[in-house]
Ligand binder design. Structure first.
Ligand code: DGT
Ligand code: MG
Ligand code: MG
Ligand code: MG
Ligand code: MG
Length: 277
C-alpha cells in the first residue's frame, strides 16, 4: 500500500497514546436505552434478564482482554478497570476503546436470545464509550464508589417511583410530584409504610450493581446466570476446576465471577490488593 501517490493521506492520522503508568477506566453506556428498554418490554424498575445479559457481555470482555481486572455494571452501563501497566495496543486510545466497546456490543447481540428467548431483537443496540485516566489509587476507589453510590440512589428512586405507580395507582406525573424533594430516608419509609417493602431485603443485584473479578471459584456460579446460558459458558469457565473436586488441584484456574457486594468500603479492596497493583 505504501508508495502510491495517495499514501500521504496516512500522515493526517493523529497518534492518541494514553499516558503510561496510569489507571484506565473505560465506561460504556447503552445508546438511547430509554427507548430500547421500552421497545423490548424490560421489566420496571429492574429487568433481571437485561442485567444478566449485560453481565454476560462484560464477562466475555474480561475473558478476551486480560488487562481488564475489574468491571462494574448497573442499568445500561459498564465500567472496566485496566491494570496500570497495561500496554494493550500500545495504549492507543481509539483502538482500545473501539475494540472493547464493539466486542461488548457483539456479545450483547449474540447472547440476546439466551436471555430473551421470547423477545426478538427489534433493532441493533449500540453503546457509547469513553476512557478516563486516573493517576492514583484513591481516584480509582472513588470512581467505583461513585458508580455504586449512583446505583443505590437510582434504584431507591426507581423502586419507590414504580411502587407508587404499579401498586399505589399514581400516574407517572403524580409519582414524580410525590417524590419531589424527598431524601433517602423518606423513600425508605414510604416504601415500607405504604407498600410493605423493606428496601434492604431487595435483591443485592439491584441495590449494589454487578462487580466482576477473576477468582478461583469457591462455590457453584450463580444458578440464575448459569441457567440462562449466561456468563459461564466461555472457554475460561469450562477450564475451571469444578468446585466439587474432592482433592482440589493446587493451581485452580481463576474465572470471572459476578458479585453483588459493597465496593465503597475498604474490605473489597483489602481482599484484592492485585486490582490496584
Ligand atoms: P443515552 O445514554 O444518553 O443514549 O440515553 P439513555 O436513554 O440510554 O439514558 P441513560 O443511559 O441515562 O439511562 C438508561 C435508560 O435505560 C433509562 O431510561 C432506563 C433504561 N433501563 C436500564 N435498565 C433498565 C431496566 O432494567 N429496566 C427498565 N425498564 N429500563 C431500564
Ligand atoms: Mg450515554
Ligand atoms: Mg444510556
Ligand atoms: Mg445509562
Ligand atoms: Mg485492521
Amino acid at each position: 500500500m505504501a508508495g502510491t501517490r495517495f499514501s500521504y493521506v496516512k500522515t493526517f492520522e493523529q497518534p492518541d497514546p494514553l499516558l503510561p503508568e496510569t489507571y484506565m477506566v473505560l465506561r460504556l453506556d447503552g445508546h438511547g436505552f430509554h427507548k430500547f428498554s421500552d421497545t423490548h418490554g424490560f421489566a420496571k424498575p429492574n429487568d433481571e434478564r437485561a442485567l444478566q445479559l449485560m453481565d454476560a457481555a462484560a464477562a466475555a470482555v474480561m475473558d478476551e482482554f486480560r488487562d481488564v481486572v475489574l468491571a462494574f455494571g448497573e442499568s445500561d452501563e459498564f465500567s472496566f478497570l485496566l491494570r496500570k501497566k497495561c500496554t494493550l495496543y500500545n495504549r492507543r486510545q481509539s483502538k482500545i476503546l473501539s475494540t472493547l466497546v464493539s466486542f461488548f456490543t457483539s456479545v450483547y447481540v449474540l447472547r440476546w436470545p439466551a436471555f430473551f428467548p421470547d423477545t426478538p431483537l427489534q433493532y441493533p443496540p449500540s453503546f457509547d464509550g469513553r476512557i478516563v485516566l486516573y493517576p492514583a489509587q484513591q481516584h480509582v476507589r472513588d470512581y467505583f464508589a461513585w458508580r455504586q453510590a449512583d446505583t443505590h440512589i437510582n434504584n431507591l428512586y426507581n423502586t419507590t417511583f414504580w411502587a407508587l405507580v404499579q401498586q399505589g395507582g399514581q400516574s407517572t406525573t403524580q409519582a414524580h410530584e410525590t417524590l419531589k424533594g424527598t431524601v433517602a430516608s423518606g423513600k425508605n419509609e414510604m416504601l415500607f409504610s405504604r407498600f410493605g417493602i423493606n428496601y434492604a431485603t431487595l435483591p443485592a443485584r439491584f441495590r449494589k450493581g454487578s462487580v466482576l473479578v477473576r477468582e478461583v471459584p469457591k462455590v457453584e456460579p450463580e444458578p440464575d446466570v448459569d441457567a440462562a446460558g449466561g456468563v459461564c459458558e466461555t472457554d475460561a469457565r469450562q477450564d475451571a476446576v469444578p468446585p466439587t473436586t474432592s482433592a482440589p488441584s493446587k493451581r485452580q484456574k481463576k474465572v470471572v465471577v459476578v458479585l453483588h457486594e459493597d465496593i465503597i468500603e475498604n474490605q473489597f479492596w483489602d481482599d484484592r490488593p492485585e486490582l490496584l497493583a
